[in-house]
Write a protein that binds this ligand. Sequence first.
Ligand code: ADP
Length: 608
Amino acid sequence: MAPPNFPQTPTLGDTHSGIPSYLLPKANNAKGLIYDGKTAPDFVPLTRGLAVPQGISKASFLSAVHHLKALLGTENVELNDTEIKNGWYMEHPNTHDMMPLLHTEEFLASAVVYPGSVQDVQLTVKWANKHLIPLHPISIGRNLGYGGAAPRVRGSVTLDLGRRMNKILDINAEDYTCLVEPGVTFYALYEELQRRGLGDKMWIDTPDLGGGSVIGNTLDRGVGYTPYGDHWAMHSGLEVVLPGPEANLVRTGMGGLDGGNTWQVFPYGFGPSSDGIFSQSNFGIVTKMGMALMPNPGGYESFMYTFPRESDLAPLIDIIRPLRISNILENVAQLRHGLQTLSVKGHPRTKFYKGSGPVPENVWRKELQDTATGECAWVYYGMSYGPAHIRKYKLDVIHSEFLRIPGAKKIDPSTLPADEYFWSRDRIASGTPDFEELLWVNWMPNGAHIAFSPVSPIRGPDATKLYELAKKRHDEAGIDLMPAFCVGLREMHLIVEIVFDSEDEGMRARAEKCLRDMIDDAAALGYGEYRTHLALMDQVAGTYNWNDGALMKMNNTLKDALDPNGILAPGRCGIWPARYRNRGWELKGGEKSTEGDGVAPLPCVTKI
Ligand code: ADP
């Protein structure tokens, strides 16, 4: 628990990225637990000084920054040349990854700029083209586990869109849609619906933690846990500043029509659907996005089942598939390993086991005996929606199907105390953001996390293959395996979060090796990741190599056409602009430098 004079977590009243007041006690508690286990200093002096981007001298860079200050106002441009601040989830840095897999100064910004308008974004893009300086856009920069706020290219200038562009531009209570700027978090959107008295009428869909932005999470194809959990599928309409020297502004879908009222209700418009190229890419800077809101379904009910053996995974997944595809199981539900339900209680792993290597099975099983789930290998968290009589039909089907697994148990929610994790899942699946998911970072001191996230069909043999490869690699690396299967409509994401001590160089190296091995093993079996950390993007992109890498060749063509000077987020998702391409920037593991062989002088010839 935080000491009484511990600095309080900023709220939404203090800053756009703050915590809602109703979650303040939880945030302060989580902060206390994190700082209890923290040995890393909050402020770390830069050992390599200012990270000047490749291809420009320090003097020219400083003169360019001076120019940018003149364009946007001195107070809206900050140089990052002395020290970095690490913080924690709610007070995170915007210059680097506070959960670094490699040395913190590898993926480091040289400066941060805070645009206040679309025009400011356009001015910054024109400036970057003029001086050939890489820009890295963030909305909030809390994409933790995937690189946080860090740019892939050392010395990039962070374009922190969220600080000054954080308005909810519209909430339409007839169409159940909203239009937001980059700095609007799930917390802020939820609070605004309550403030307007619309919280009973419409729900948001929130990820496990609500501190990320609606735009950043959606562009990175994050998920939530109501029936609207596929965020990308639920968006409608983008406004984008293109990265070329003219910094053109486009609106996608029905936004291409002047003066219409359909931008947020029909995502496609006429002609090619261009939205996809702005998701998990570096083709544009999104300044507005439309999103669907979910009508209150008129009732809901969470349920939790436990399954005793690890080998129950395959038959259970085969039971889940037809139920999910036919929408009897309605939300992106989670099937979590027992060890994960233990770690989410927020204790360090040493409370349960002091040895090295993964916590042995007999230990975690014994520890689970006294918890709400009891001893088990898997826990399924789900929710049924609608009025009671409609829920009853679905819940009865689910019950008889799940009980086909010998030893399966339904846990009666009325037996669970108010602070049991089940209720956190209940809030999230009914559109109320929460703060409990963060607690498992305390598993390790200086707890950082990074995910292995392959996609597969909802089939038992696929689940088993992925589980077994992850187990083998975790055992080799001496790391605890904490898998969760997040079940979409026809596929599932296996999310394996590796929790590591960010101050322990040896453990970071083991985590990286474990991840790289799993990515290769999965690719050899035909599975690819849906999302990944900055350090792993080249490797993951390289696994999508059908027909001699035709997809990346097309991405390169688009990149060179839209961003001829290669200024926007070079290397993001493995897409390198012509100036960087074939110069050794790709990271596949074991490289001495993240900066390859520098950049080509302009004009560069596009090689495809
Ligand atoms: P969050 O808002 O969830 O914290 P981030 O701001 O960390 O997410 O962004 C997640 C990823 O999406 C980053 O790689 C970032 O470069 C990209 N991104 C975020 N916002 C934008 C935007 N407005 N335009 C283009 N790319 C963006």
